[in-house]
Design a protein around this ligand. Structure first.
Ligand code: NAP
Length: 670
């Protein structure tokens, strides 16, 4: 049938959501046709805020570079109560909120999809659709031309809150009708003070003057109920409302754009009906508070893009499309809920004052601010099938094949086994430590990404975690120097406190180590080298365990990373192996010592594991190394990280003091 299709996916709507989906699909090699009712991009900038998770996702796709440097979008708020998003999400590379008019986002996305060879047909309105077993057919009205029909394997409605696709496909849209409305206008020629969500006896107002001299106004009058079917307000209505609430006359101004919005809160109950899917405002209708609607829609598109690509080009089954609903429907519900709560706080009259005071008091608590900020910034989102997973292929990689290897090993799905836990992974800027930090975060843990010098790599680890919906922050401290562990814990405790309100540390992974890939013959080792190895690989982990033990709660976990080299001889690695022998002793003795508190302490011993260093890019060397493993390949950082993650979960509660060989059978011998 595919030969008779006009394209793989028809995307309806070339706003930010439709264009983002188009870009994702094109990146994955999917054929697309994007249909847009409007003949030219809109000049209205309804939304202008990008949140941290969206920024990270756009950065990953190179779209952020195209947008250029963005100004910060101010502190943020929850229901009109100041919430400094940057402070409450500090540690995230895009902490805070960022300002970018929707028109600019759209222009850049259009440029991106054009470069990807996408076909965006403007002035093309969908007027009908027919479902078939293997395809969907849409009727399209073309201005000045003959109507046409298009066939595709899938159809996605990204056509906004009045979605035609939603209506034609027979989706429900359950929820509650509006009880409050706001008038919004862009006006020139007025000179009134800027104010942000100012509460006055008769209502709430916002005004801010843009660089181009236009003032954006928003006004809500208490006690006024939205009129059903009320269209675009006329300027006189805005002038009257403004005067009633502020006492100011803006009647001499020139309106450039007028609009009304309300607190309607509705969501379709399934994001997918067979071959037809919805994303963005087509799937959920909400009040645009704090830019969340745009961010929610962009993230819908990115999630769906990866999954549709996997379905169309990667041989994934329909369940991958259902996982789009499973991921994004609850996220949508949650955002709609927080928006309704905020609308109540923001636009409620005097009857909500007591509630506002109580919420404001709660927001004085670090942990509450952090919780709300992560929710608004999208940093607490856990997607069950991470996009990176569904986009990768599978199969057994050849030795030395670095591109495929992580594809086969990055597949563990989130089960939220570590929700609410905190973890320190030493040396997690790169290699095994990075993979471990990523997996612990994917399971829901807040991860401190420790490093010594390589700040860029550490920030990359944090970004990758955040863009996967996890939570992490970097901690810098060189180990093996005086004051090392003290400095590490000062930064760690500060980071934890800021984010969780206390210093509880549930999981410690002693991973950082001084390694000597090429080795040093025993006769050449100097006392200084010997001391350095022991200081970093044995002394620091011991004192980390000692210091952490006061922060570890009942059920805490310590995992020490050793090496298969403690079980087979390699004279050039003698001193390194001695330090690894020492770390195994830490596990043994502390396992006994901490057992009364329900804390487990174990050792994981990797074999040769691709940590991203240059040698793993040399096929002939990798082939030689691969022969040491019973599986004839070198390990992937994820192979080891999965074992460590398992030990961190409750499922491993009965294992302590154990030496776990994670060397792919290297120790079995030839
Ligand atoms: P890697 O890629 O070399 O990364 C080492 C990490 O440790 C980096 O994050 C580094 O931070 C940090 N680090 C190094 N020296 C440090 C110091 N003095 N203070 C603080 N941090 C320091 O490591 P890997 O190969 O993934 O190895 C991870 C663990 O597995 C190590 O314990 C290693 O002994 C063990 N292991 C590895 C293999 C293998 O084949 N890869 C085999 C057996 C055992 P910066 O980025 O800031 O430098």
């Amino acid at each position: 049938m595919d030969g008779a299709l006009d394209t793989d996916v028809i995307v309806v709507g070339a706003g930010p959501v439709g264009l983002t989906l188009t870009g994702e699909l094109r990146t994955g090699g999917v054929r697309t046709v994007t249909l847009e009712r409007l003949t030219a991009p809109t000049t209205e900038s309804r939304a202008s805020i990008l949140h941290a998770r969206t920024m990270a996702l756009l950065a990953e796709r190179g779209v952020l570079d195209r947008l250029g440097p963005l100004p910060g979008g101010g502190s943020g708020h929850f229901g009109g109560i100041r919430l400094d998003l940057a402070a409450a999400t500090s540690g995230h590379p895009f902490a805070g909120q960022w300002e970018c008019p929707q028109t600019r986002v759209e222009a850049v996305l259009q440029e991106w999809v054009t470069d990807l060879g996408a076909e965006v047909r403007r002035g093309h309105a969908v007027t009908g659709l027919t479902r078939h077993t293997d395809w969907v057919e849409v009727d399209v009205r073309v201005p000045g031309g003959r109507p046409c029909r298009l066939r595709a394997a899938y159809l996605v409605g990204c056509d906004g809150e009045r979605s035609t696709v939603r209506r034609l496909a027979g989706y429900d849209l359950a929820g509650v009708d509006a009880t409050r409305q706001m008038l919004r206008a862009d006006v020139t020629g007025v000179d009134i003070p800027d104010r942000r969500l100012q509460r006055l006896p008769n209502g709430v107002v916002t005004a801010y003057r843009r660089a181009d001299g236009t003032t954006r106004l928003m006004v809500r009058r208490h006690g006024r109920h939205p009129r059903a079917g009320a269209g675009v307000p006329d300027f006189a209505e805005v002038v009257t409302a403004w005067a009633e609430v502020t006492g100011e006359d803006i009647g001499h101004g020139v309106p450039r754009w007028l609009n009304r919005f309300d607190d309607t809160s509705r969501q379709v109950s399934r994001y997918r009906l067979g071959r037809i899917l919805l994303a963005g405002d087509a799937a959920h209708v909400q009040m645009p508070i704090g830019g969340q609607a745009l961010n929610l829609g962009l993230q819908d598109a990115i999630n769906l893009g990866g999954k549709l690509t996997a379905r169309v080009t990667g041989g994934a089954g329909d369940e991958v499309l259902d996982s789009y609903h499973d991921d994004r429907h609850p996220v949508g519900t949650r955002v709609l809920t927080n928006i309704r709560a905020q609308a109540l706080l923001l636009f409620g009259g005097p009857e909500t004052d007591a509630l506002r005071d109580t919420v404001a008091e709660l927001m004085g608590i670090d942990a509450v601010r952090s919780h709300l900020a992560r929710m608004i910034s999208g940093l607490d989102i856990q997607e069950t099938t991470p996009v990176s997973d569904v986009r990768t292929g599978s199969g057994t990689p050849a030795p030395g094949d670095r591109t495929n290897r992580s594809a086969s090993t990055d597949r563990s799905s989130t089960m939220d086994r570590l929700n609410g836990k905190t973890a320190l992974v030493t040396g997690s800027s790169r290699g095994i430590g990075r993979a471990t930090a990523q997996r612990l975060a994917r399971e829901g843990a807040l991860v401190a990404v420790h490093y010594a010098a390589n700040e860029d790599a550490a920030l990359e680890t944090v970004t990758s975690i955040e863009s996967d919906g996890g939570w992490a922050f970097p901690v810098r401290a060189e180990l093996g120097v005086p004051g090392d562990v003290h400095n590490l814990f000062l930064a760690l405790e500060e980071g934890l406190k800021e984010r969780t309100g206390d210093t509880t540390l549930d999981i410690v992974v002693n991973n950082a180590a001084e390694t000597a890939p090429a080795g040093v013959p025993p006769e050449d080792i100097t006392p200084e080298q010997f001391d350095r190895y022991f200081a970093v690989n044995a002394r620091a982990p011991f004192f980390i365990v000692q210091r952490a033990s006061s922060l570890l709660p009942q059920g805490g976990r310590i995992i020490n990373i050793s090496s298969g080299l403690t079980r087979c001889a390699n004279p050039d690695q003698a001193v390194y192996a001695m330090t690894k022998g020492a770390i195994e002793q830490i596990s043994l003795h502390f396992a006994r010592h901490l057992a009364p508190r329900g804390i487990t302490v174990n050792t994981v011993a990797p074999g040769i594991t691709d940590n991203g260093s240059a040698v793993f890019g040399m096929p002939e060397v990798v082939e030689q190394m691969a022969r040491l493993s019973a599986f004839n390949r070198v390990g992937d950082a994820g192979d080891v990280a999965d074992v460590v993650t398992f030990l961190a979960t409750d499922e491993a509660r009965w294992i302590t003091g154990a030496f776990i060989d994670a060397s792919g059978g290297t120790l079995l011998g030839q």
